[in-house]
Design a protein around this ligand. Structure first.
Ligand SMILES: CC(C)(COP(=O)(O)OP(=O)(O)OC[C@H]1O[C@@H](n2cnc3c(N)ncnc32)[C@H](O)[C@@H]1OP(=O)(O)O)[C@@H](O)C(=O)NCCC(=O)NCCS
Length: 150
């Protein structure tokens, strides 16, 4: 696997980095389009990463820090369709999991579009089990919440 160049997109990130992160998110999750302002706000609140392979943007990730009595964190890895099946998703996911644990997470959750078969299989292969299936505000899209077992 090509070594990934990983960039942390933090609260001080410039528009170019924020736009790159937003591009990956909105391309993969068209049912939940984020504005630049949304991404800027998330960059300050969450741990966001951008991944490049050979100088080309290939994916991103999110860790929402642990919250609540059971210290639940949310992790998500996203890889653009043309770059899947080469281990990049696994690499981004492992980094996100490590970061969530480092931040004190005891419970790890993720969220996948039901239509995203690659994402569901990936999450289940990494030990997640489905905990909820729901629609938002009359939108026809089905979302699935998953929790890391054990
Ligand atoms: C889920 C997602 C991140 C996976 O990205 P990816 O880069 O394809 O992930 P990987 O390459 O690590 O693994 C995908 C498959 O390729 C296989 N693979 C990994 N490296 C490989 C290699 N060098 N050669 C052949 N196959 C390989 C893996 O075994 C895996 O197989 P599986 O789907 O049968 O389980 C991607 O499909 C995606 O962005 N989906 C939308 C967002 C999402 O749903 N994210 C999940 C929430 S965490």
């Amino acid at each position: 696997m090509t070594a990934l160049d990983i960039q942390h997109v933090d609260g001080a990130a410039g528009d170019e980095q924020l736009e790159a992160w937003r591009y990956v998110h909105n391309t993969i999750i068209p049912a939940h389009v984020l504005s630049l302002a949304d991404v800027r706000e998330r960059a300050a609140r969450n741990h966001l990463e951008l991944a490049y392979a050979d100088g080309e943007l290939i994916g991103n990730s999110t860790v929402r820090p642990p919250a609540g009595a059971d210290a639940t964190a949310m992790v998500a890895a996203r890889v653009l369709a043309a770059h899947r099946g080469r281990g990049h998703g696994g690499h981004l996911y492992e980094r996100a999991l490590l970061k969530a644990r480092e931040l004190g997470a005891r419970v790890i959750e993720t969220c996948v579009l039901e239509s995203n078969e690659d994402g569901l299989r990936f999450a289940e292969r990494h030990g997640f089990v489905q905990t909820d299936r729901y629609q938002l505000d009359g939108d026809p899209t089905w979302w699935i919440d998953l929790r890391l077992a054990g």
